[in-house]
Design a protein around this ligand. Sequence first.
Ligand code: BTN
Length: 319
Amino acid sequence: MAVMKILRVLSDGEFHSGEELGVVLGVSRTAIWKHLHKLTDLGLELVSVKGRGYCIEGGLDLLDSESIMESLVGGVGERLSSFDVFAEIDSTNSFLLSKNGSAEVCLAERQTSGRGRRGRQWVSPFAKNIYFSMSWVFAGGAQVLEGLSLAVGVKVVAALESLGLKGLQLKWPNDVLIDGKKVGGILLEMSGDVSGDCRVVVGIGLNLEMPTKASASIDQAWADLASLGYSGSRNDIACRLIDHLIPLLAGYSESGFELYQKEWESFDAFRGKTVKLISADKVEQGVASGVSTSGALLLEQDGKIKAFSGGELSLRLAV
Ligand code: BTN
């Protein structure tokens, strides 16, 4: 993609002349204009100064597949059957769902139709956040997947903590929060045979440095990792996600959620708080009391503990 070639040059935040950019693309100085125009379509702001050329203020932290592969913990890279990094894609989850493999990873600089839970859109501006998907095939059908999305949440927090980030919490079933605001989301989508070989695509979206303009379309309280002081690279985050997810997915049919239950509870943002559990036709109120060994939400209601599970439920603090 020609635009990516230009972006790699401009990613250093310095000025580059039209002539230099033309050489990179093998086109004339005037033809470069057409390409620079595309940067605006991607939502990027290009500074142009006569006599100096073009620059992207502050530079860009672009994804780099080689550097991600090189930094993986020993042996993990060999377990991947494919690894794709796209400049732009509709949705990294859709891409892996459309393939038929296992242990595949896909990342994108931007998603044009990023998907969230319960039919929501996932706001996915260019080169700012993480849009990550990994596929895995589980023999033994969908039942072995109970609680998997919560266990993924545990691993996402562990991956971020391994980069020095602190203060991350989880909201049932698997939102990643900072100070009660959503910084990341997880979407598991299944294909294949629910009673035989079952394919799961694990989709993870993490806000790193959400641009104000893009944030206008987010309809819930949100945060980004920059607000926790993270100034490291997006490649490091992608790498740590792979490092943490491979062992989880490889061992999950054996371990189940039980192995991750206590760790999930240690990150529980709502433990001991009065909450509302909202479904299409009902609202349940109770005191959040952790999760069961299968990942169901436990609520204390009238002195009794009740377990709730299901993908269409949403949890809020009762005010
Ligand atoms: C949520 O609503 O909390 C889940 C958000 C999941 C977003 C990620 S971004 C990468 C992957 N591709 C998608 O289209 N969605 C997931």
